[in-house]
Design a binder for this molecule. Structure first.
Ligand code: AMP
Ligand code: ZN
Ligand code: FE
Ligand code: FE
Length: 306
C-alpha cells in the first residue's frame, strides 16, 4: 500500500519587511527545509516583502500566498447591540484585546490596501516616538534614532514594538522580548500606547478590494472573557464580510483549535492556520503548527472561484 506523504502549509509568516528577522527572499528555502509546501507572507500593514518572497518560494518550489496582517481597533465590535444606545462600559475588558485581520491572496499593489497601509504607517509614525517618550520619562536611556537605525539595517518598512524591544534587549535594559512587553511596551506595561484606529469594516473592505480573503487572526488574543463574547465578535465580523478564522496558531492549545474549528463551522467560515513565525524574535518555528496542506488548497480554490 502506498501511503500519501502528508503535506503542510503555514499561512501566517513575517519577514524583515515588518518585525520578522528573515529577509522575504529566504522564506521559501526555509519553508522547504522545514517540510512546508505552502506559505503566506503576512507582514504587519505592508505588502513590501511580497515580490521577493514570491521569487524565493518559486525557486524553492513552495506555493506562495501573498498576504498582509492588519491591526484593527477592536472597540467598534465589542459593543453589544443592546448596549450601543447607552452605557457600554461592560465592554472595557474586551477592549484591551488585540484584533488582527489577515488578508490572504491579496493583490499587492491594490489601491485600497495601499491606502490603509499608509494610514497605519502614519499611526505608527506617531505612536512609536510616543512609546520612546514614555520610556524616557521612566528614566530609560533610549532614543528613537536607535530604533530607526535597527529598522534601516534590516530593511524594515513597518516598525513595530518588537524593534523597540530589540533595542531594549541589546542595551541590556530587559532580559528578553517577553520581559520588554511585560514591563514596558505590552498592554499593562508602563510605556504602553494604544494605536489601532482602523475599523474592522474598513480593513475587511480593503482586503476584499484587493481580491483577498479576510481571516480573523489568533482569536485567542482578543482576550474575550466568555465564549459568548467571542461568538458575538465573530458574528459581527461575519456581518462585516469575514471569510475565515485562523484555527491553528502557535498561541492556540488543542482545545482552542477544536473550539475555533466549531466556530468556523457554526458561522460558515473557512479555516486557516499558521505559526506566526517571526524568525529569532519569537520562539516559534516556521511550520510548527503542522497545518494540513488542504487548508491552503481549499482557500486557494475558493479564491479562484470568486
Ligand atoms: P505592534 O505591531 O507594534 O503593535 O507590535 C505587535 C507585535 O508584537 C506582534 O507581532 C506580536 O507578535 C509582538 N508581540 C506582542 N506581544 C508580545 C509579547 N508579549 N512578547 C513578544 N512579542 C509580542
Ligand atoms: Zn509581529
Ligand atoms: Fe498578529
Ligand atoms: Fe502575525
Amino acid at each position: 500500500m502506498i501511503v500519501a506523504e502528508e503535506r503542510f502549509c503555514d499561512l501566517h509568516v513575517h519577514s524583515t519587511a515588518s518585525d520578522g528577522t528573515d529577509p522575504p527572499e529566504q522564506l521559501g528555502a526555509l519553508a522547504r527545509a522545514a517540510g512546508v509546501h505552502a506559505i503566506a507572507l503576512t507582514d504587519h500593514d505592508t505588502t513590501a516583502g511580497l515580490a521577493k518572497a514570491a521569487e524565493g518560494c518559486e525557486q524553492a518550489d513552495v506555493a506562495f500566498v501573498p498576504g498582509i496582517e492588519v491591526s484593527v481597533d477592536p472597540g467598534p465590535l465589542m459593543i453589544n447591540r443592546d448596549e450601543s444606545e447607552g452605557d457600554a462600559t461592560s465592554t472595557n475588558v474586551v477592549r484591551r484585546g488585540t484584533l488582527h485581520i489577515l488578508g490572504l491572496f491579496v493583490e499587492p499593489s491594490d489601491v485600497e490596501l495601499a491606502k490603509i497601509s499608509e494610514q497605519m504607517k502614519q499611526a505608527r509614525d506617531s505612536r512609536n516616538p510616543e512609546i520612546i517618550k514614555q520610556l524616557q520619562s521612566l528614566g530609560i536611556p533610549i532614543d528613537y534614532e536607535e530604533v530607526e537605525s535597527l529598522a534601516q539595517r534590516e530593511g524594515t518598512v513597518t516598525i513595530g514594538r518588537p524593534h523597540i524591544g530589540q533595542v531594549l534587549i541589546e542595551k541590556g535594559l530587559v532580559s528578553n522580548m517577553t520581559d520588554a512587553f511585560k514591563r514596558y511596551i505590552g498592554q499593562g506595561g508602563e510605556a504602553f500606547v494604544r494605536r489601532d484606529r482602523l475599523s474592522p469594516t474598513d480593513a475587511i473592505a480593503a482586503i476584499h478590494h484587493a481580491g483577498g480573503a479576510a481571516v480573523l487572526a489568533h482569536p485567542v488574543q482578543l482576550y474575550y472573557e466568555t465564549d459568548q463574547q467571542l461568538e458575538h465578535i465573530v458574528s459581527r465580523l461575519k456581518e462585516a464580510g469575514l471569510d475565515a478564522i485562523e484555527v491553528q496558531h502557535s498561541d492556540h492549545s488543542d482545545e482552542h483549535v477544536a473550539q475555533f474549528q466549531a466556530l468556523a463551522l457554526k458561522f460558515d467560515l473557512l479555516m486557516s492556520g499558521g505559526s506566526d513565525y517571526h524568525g529569532t524574535r519569537k520562539t516559534v518555528n516556521l511550520g510548527q503548527c503542522r497545518v494540513p496542506f488542504s487548508r491552503y488548497q481549499i482557500l486557494r480554490d475558493r479564491m479562484e472561484c470568486s
